[in-house]
Each structure stands twice: as structure tokens, then as C-alpha cells.
Design a protein around this ligand. Structure first.
Ligand code: MOS
Length: 693
């Protein structure tokens, strides 16, 4: 157990410290960095889905006035480390997916660069490609591990025997779509090589982690950490797509190295983001449930199929939440992957848990229907005493409280509201549970000093719109026992000490813990009235990390769906979530995370869908005109509530992560509500009207 901070600044809904800059449009984003004489890069992309580049004629491009540089895979520098084939740009003539980077043009303006890029003549030796995912593919393989370092398969007891012996069984296959992150700010990099004439590199990169970003670039180019500075004070959204650098960061760096003394700016176009910035793999989830007539599970199993690219493996861990969510003596989870001629999948808000809470949470609703048991009651009957996966006690688990409070606030009623008709509209309500693990990275360091009457902490963390700029001072102030107005926390630059990526909802837990260590040491050493220049460093204390409990945040999502009886039009006027996510540091920024996640879950359920065209091997709707994202007009009343939970096992703040739990479970709740309204059970996302008529 950790000694919990006494909350003074913690718990206050302070306004975002970066809010005014952002609203006024003066927060400097990576592409807008003011540099002397910027040059502009535009990629050359492969126009086949598989094969080899046999020639690239750059004569026409180089003849355009204002073109400064044309690099192709035949002329580019050889990189120090090509083991990560997503990062190894322009190193091979092999094309592994349509849109892959094969060259870059740099010019005096972005328009010229784009024009010149289009005029590079490329000759290919094209081969047939294969990009259709199905659970019947014969080349499905078993990854060694799945994303997050999780075991690929787990098993306990005998699911087949339990299925054969059970009073009631359910066996269904569910599918989630391919999804692409579309943060408002696209993926951009400004790269400046040799700005000071000393062989150094400055990258202003839109990233969720300046330190991991730098480490990746240094590895690929064989540079020392001291040679490279990555700067990113503000991020216009990322959702995981900026949690790791993608190929364009290496391309911009490569272009800058070929043009020393000029700052090279590269912004992926919205369309290019659909090829080069990662995406959520489609998932196929075969669920098996076995239960008695009272709804007590004797078996729960999930078999997941996902896709990955041929050049780099990323296996979405969608089977993982089923391992711990409900009690059942017989359990199984498996992951199989197909390596296809497709772009590289990557992180998208709650990889694993988000798609992985779709199959089980819809399956439970189907089982509840079959048994005539309220779906909330069914979940409560299968609450596990301890974590079924590890056997450890929960650090805290208040799922039942979330379900009950949600039912109360939503007006769920006795046995769950049955569907009814309201004029031309079919109305129904649905529920699903949500979960997200509470994670803490192993490494992060904060330095804290007293200067000019202020407490100043520095840590190379990131705020991708989450509120870190605002809540880290709240944590530091309470750890010091001083007024939050007297505390500054500086982030977003590798000139500050090393910090982990803003990912896995682990930022507050990790960086906050480092700041608490630094602040407590500072207070112990310098007392209540420090002198100018007093300074101390604090590291995330791994030794103090609790290993004896299973730490997770939980939640319950409620949805009201209305479906037009004639047209099938689907509306969701009400979304309500109740979360048990530990101490809430700042209710204002936390609410934004919760309702943002829930809205993204609604978007996943109804609107988003990267429509893959297997004939040409690309996303057909690769722009915001055709890739629909839930907008204001699509959401009605979105409410996020939380229960008062202070978890003494997770960290000194008692706080769990909140960035990703809001999206988990939402899509299942939508499907369950639509079923209650219409009687139609949609098992393949998104829920579109053609599936309801
Ligand atoms: Mo999140 S997908 O871990 O940035």
C-alpha cells in the first residue's frame, strides 16, 4: 500500500493551463514551428500493393523550379538499423502494401513538393496481392506474443467438456471493423539537421512521447541521444496513432539530413494517414459461453483472429479482457493472425480492450436474453472474487456499483427496459461493462527545483489533449503541500528528464508517481521554505510498485437507441457511463476523457468503418468525406459519472488511468440497445441501417 496524498489541489476542476493558447490558436504545433526558410517535403508512395520497384525516373521532378531534393529508394542513404521494417524507409525495392513510402521530394513550397512528387515516374514489377482477412485462412499463425507483451493463448479447465455438459450454451462469432485514427492535427514533423553546424538534429514532431520518439530515431539513424532533441509541447490529438513514430518521421529526418541547414516540414495529408499512421486491425471473435439456468457461467472462451502487415507484426490483443472479466472455472483465449499485403496496424485508443469488450459484452446480452435474466443481474452473478487470470485480489473492483448506479441514473428499471415504439421510432436500451488495466511504465524521472519563488518541475511527458499540463501541477502541489498556483510543470521536450509514452492510460500513474517521489524528497530535504536553486530528482519507484493485486478500472455503459421503423435510421439520444477509476485528479479534464472515449465508442458502433477494397488493396474511403466520424449532431446527452474510489495499491494519488476506459464497452451497449429496440442482433460492426431492415 502507498501512503495516499491528502487531496487539496487534487479533485479540483481546474481549467486547462494550455486551454487559452489552444483556443487562441497560438499554441505552437509541430508543423507551425517558426523556423527560418522552411522547406517542404512530400512523400512518393507506391501505387501497387505488392511487388518490386524496378526504376524511378526523377528527371521531370528535379527540373521543376524550386525543387531542392529528390530522394528515392535507389539514392537514399543506408540506415544504421533496418530491423524495424516500418522505420526502414527507402531501404529496399520491395513493396509490401499500397501507399508504402518509396521516395521523397523537398521543395520551396508544399505545392511544388506535391507536384514534383506526382511527376516521379515509377516502374514496377507487380505481383498479385492478398489482403482479405477471414477466420478460414489457412495461413493464420500464432504470434509469439500479442500487443502489450501478453501471452498469445491462455487456457484453464476444459471448455469443450463444459460446453457439452451445460444447461445453456451460446456460440457466436462477432466482428469489429478496421478503424483509422483521425486526430484533428495530422501527423507532422519539422526536422532540422545541423541547425547549429554541429551534426545535431532537432525534431518538432507531433508525438505522444518525445523520449521514445528520440530513441527510435537514434536507433534507425545510428545517432547518440545527445545529438537529437525532440520538441512537442502540444498535440492536436493522437489516440495512440502518435504513440509510436511512423515511417514519415524517418522520412522527414532523412530528408533533413540530405539538406543540412534547412528545416524540412512534412505533414501527412488526411489521405496519407490512411496508409502510414497505423490503424486498428479488424477482429473476428468467436465466443463460447456455457451456463446453468441461473446464468452462472461454467465456461467462457474467446478465439480471436486479427491481421498484421508482412513487414512488421502488430497483433491486437482482443482476447485479453475476457481473461479477467468474469468468473468461470473453464476458460480459454487464443489469438491468431494473418500477415497480409496491408499497411502496418498499430495502437488505437484501448487496443485489445476496446474491440475485445465487444464480443463478450454482446454475447452476455444474448445469454441474458436466452435465460430471461436482466443483463445487469447476469453480470453481477458472474462477478469474480479475485482476478481469474492471476488469482490475485483486485486492487479495487467496483463494477457492480457502476452497474447499479448507472441503472439508477439511466432509469433502467426492474428487469431492464423492454423495447417499445414511439411513433415511427423503435426505442430500446442497452448496457455493457467496460474495463481497462491500470498500468505504470517502469521508467520516468522528474526534476524539481525552487526558482524565483516558484516550484518548477520538469519531465519529458506529453499532453495529447488529455490534461497532463493541468493535472501534473495538481499532483505535485499536493505532494509538496503547497498551493497549485505556485507550481509549474514543464513537459513535451527531451531537454527534460526521460518520461514514458502517453499511452496505455498510464501517464498520470507513471509521471505522477515520479513527481510525487521528487516532491516528497524535496520536502524532506528542504522543508517548507526552500531557497532559490534547491533542486532534487525523483524516479518512478519500481520497488514500491504493488505486485500483489490486480489493478483495473471498471465501468458500465448505458445507451438509448432509437431506430426509425421505415428507414432504419439509427439515433442515440442518450449515452451514460459510470466509472470506477480511482481518485479523479481533475473532474473537468476527466469528464472530457470519459465522454470523449464514449463518443468515440459511439462512432465505432455506428459510423466509423475503413472499407477495405481487396481488389486494389487499400481503404476505399480514405478521407474525412467518406470515413464518417460521430459529430455533434450525432450525440445527444452524453453523461459520465464516477464513484468515489481511492485505490491505495496503484499509486500515491489513488488514481487509475482514464484515457481509454470510456471507449471500452460502448459499442456493445449500442448493439444491445439496438437489439432491444428492433429485435435484430448485429454481430458485425458498424451497425448500419442495411443490417436492420
Ligand atoms: Mo493509447 S492507444 O495507449 O495512446
Amino acid at each position: 500500500m502507498t501512503e495516499l496524498l491528502e487531496p487539496r489541489a487534487i479533485g479540483q476542476g481546474l481549467v486547462r493551463r494550455d486551454g487559452e493558447l489552444k483556443v487562441r490558436g497560438t499554441a505552437p504545433y509541430a508543423y507551425e514551428t517558426a523556423v527560418e526558410l522552411p522547406a517542404y517535403a512530400h512523400p512518393v508512395q507506391a501505387t501497387i500493393a505488392r511487388g518490386r520497384v524496378t526504376a524511378m525516373d526523377t528527371t521531370e521532378a528535379e527540373a521543376i523550379d524550386g525543387v531542392l531534393l529528390v530522394l528515392t529508394l535507389f539514392t537514399a542513404e543506408r540506415l544504421a538499423d533496418t530491423s524495424d521494417r516500418e522505420f526502414a524507409v527507402l531501404q529496399s525495392d520491395e513493396v509490401a502494401f499500397r501507399g508504402q513510402l518509396i521516395g521523397v521530394v523537398v521543395a520551396e513550397t508544399s505545392e511544388l513538393a506535391r507536384e514534383a512528387s506526382d511527376s516521379v515516374r515509377v516502374t514496377y514489377d507487380e505481383q498479385s496481392h492478398d489482403s482479405s482477412l477471414s477466420a478460414e485462412r489457412e495461413d493464420l499463425y500464432e504470434p509469439e506474443k500479442v500487443n502489450g507483451g501478453h501471452e498469445t493463448d491462455t487456457a484453464e479447465g476444459d471448455v469443450a467438456a463444459a460446453m457439452a455438459a451445460a444447461e445453456v450454451t451460446l456460440e457466436r462469432t462477432y466482428a469489429t471493423a478496421m478503424y483509422h485514427n483521425n486526430p484533428l492535427e495530422p501527423h507532422t514533423t519539422t526536422a532540422f539537421w545541423d541547425a547549429a553546424g554541429d551534426g545535431s538534429l532537432v525534431l518538432w514532431d507531433s508525438t505522444q512521447g518525445v523520449h521514445p520518439d528520440r530513441a527510435a530515431v537514434c536507433g534507425v539513424f545510428g545517432l547518440e541521444q545527445e545529438q537529437v532533441q525532440v520538441i512537442c509541447p502540444y498535440v492536436g490529438g493522437g489516440f495512440g496513432s502518435k504513440g509510436t513514430p511512423h515511417a514519415h518521421v524517418m522520412l522527414a529526418t532523412m530528408a533533413a539530413r540530405a539538406l543540412p541547414g534547412r528545416a524540412v516540414k512534412l505533414a501527412l495529408t488526411r489521405q496519407q494517414m490512411f496508409f502510414l499512421a497505423g490503424y486498428r486491425s479488424p477482429t473476428i471473435q468467436r465466443m463460447q459461453l456455457a451456463a446453468d439456468r441461473e446464468g452462472r457461467l461454467s465456461a467462457i472462451a474467446i478465439d480471436v483472429v486479427v491481421q498484421t502487415s508482412r513487414i512488421k507484426e502488430f497483433a491486437e490483443q482482443a482476447g485479453v479482457p475476457t481473461r479477467m472479466m468474469y468468473a468461470a472455472p473453464n476458460r480459454r483465449s487464443t489469438h491468431r493472425a494473418a500477415a497480409l499485403d496491408v499497411p502496418v496496424p498499430s495502437w488505437m485508443r484501448a487496443p485489445g480492450e476496446c474491440p475485445g469488450m465487444f464480443g463478450p459484452e454482446v454475447a452476455l446480452d444474448e445469454l441474458a436474453d436466452e435465460l430471461g435474466i436482466d443483463p445487469i443481474e447476469l453480470r453481477i452473478r458472474n462477478e469474480p472474487e479475485v482476478d481469474p487470470e492471476t488469482g490475485k485480489p483486485w486492487s479495487s473492483r467496483h463494477l457492480v456499483e457502476c452497474l447499479r448506479e448507472g441503472a439508477e441514473r439511466f432509469g433502467w428499471g426492474g428487469r431492464g427496459p423492454r423495447g417499445h415504439r414511439d411513433g415511427d421510432w423503435l426505442v430500446g436500451a442497452g448496457v455493457a461493462a467496460s474495463v481497462y488495466p491500470t498500468m505504470r511504465a517502469a521508467q520516468s524521472t522528474a526534476v524539481l527545483r525552487f526558482a524565483d519563488g516558484r516550484f518548477v518541475a520538469e519531465i519529458g511527458a506529453a499532453d495529447l489533449g488529455t490534461g497532463a499540463w493541468t493535472i501534473l501541477p495538481q499532483i505535485t502541489a499536493d505532494a509538496l503541500g503547497v498551493d497549485v498556483a505556485d507550481v509549474d510543470v514543464r513537459i513535451g521536450d527531451t531537454k527534460y528528464p526521460i518520461a514514458s509514452v502517453a499511452g496505455g492510460s498510464s501517464g498520470t500513474n507513471t509521471w505522477g508517481s515520479a513527481l510525487v517521489v521528487a516532491a516528497r524528497a524535496f520536502r524532506d530535504k528542504f522543508g517548507a521554505s526552500p531557497s532559490d536553486g534547491d533542486e532534487i530528482t525523483g524516479d518512478v519507484d519500481e520497488a514500491a510498485k504493488d505486485e500483489d493485486h490486480a489493478p483495473y478500472a471498471f465501468g458500465a455503459q448505458f445507451v438509448e437507441a432509437r431506430v426509425h421503423a421505415d428507414t432504419g435510421e439509427i439515433r442515440v439520444p442518450r449515452l451514460l457511463g459510470v466509472f470506477a477509476a480511482g481518485r479523479i485528479i481533475n473532474p473537468r479534464t476527466a469528464r472530457s476523457q470519459f465522454i470523449g472515449g464514449m463518443t468515440m465508442g459511439l462512432s465505432m458502433a455506428l459510423h466509423e468503418n475503413s472499407v477495405w477494397d481487396p481488389r486494389i488493396g487499400q481503404v476505399a474511403n480514405h478521407d474525412l468525406a467518406d470515413y464518417h466520424i460521430t459529430v455533434n449532431a450525432d450525440v445527444g446527452d452524453v453523461q459520465a459519472h464516477w464513484i468515489d474510489e481511492h485505490d491505495p495499491y496503484v499509486n500515491a494519488m489513488g488514481a487509475k488511468g482514464i484515457g481509454e476506459i470510456g471507449i471500452c464497452g460502448t459499442a456493445a451497449a449500442v448493439v444491445n440497445a439496438v437489439h432491444r429496440a428492433t429485435g435484430v442482433r448485429v454481430r458485425q460492426l458498424p451497425v448500419t441501417l442495411d443490417k436492420l431492415l
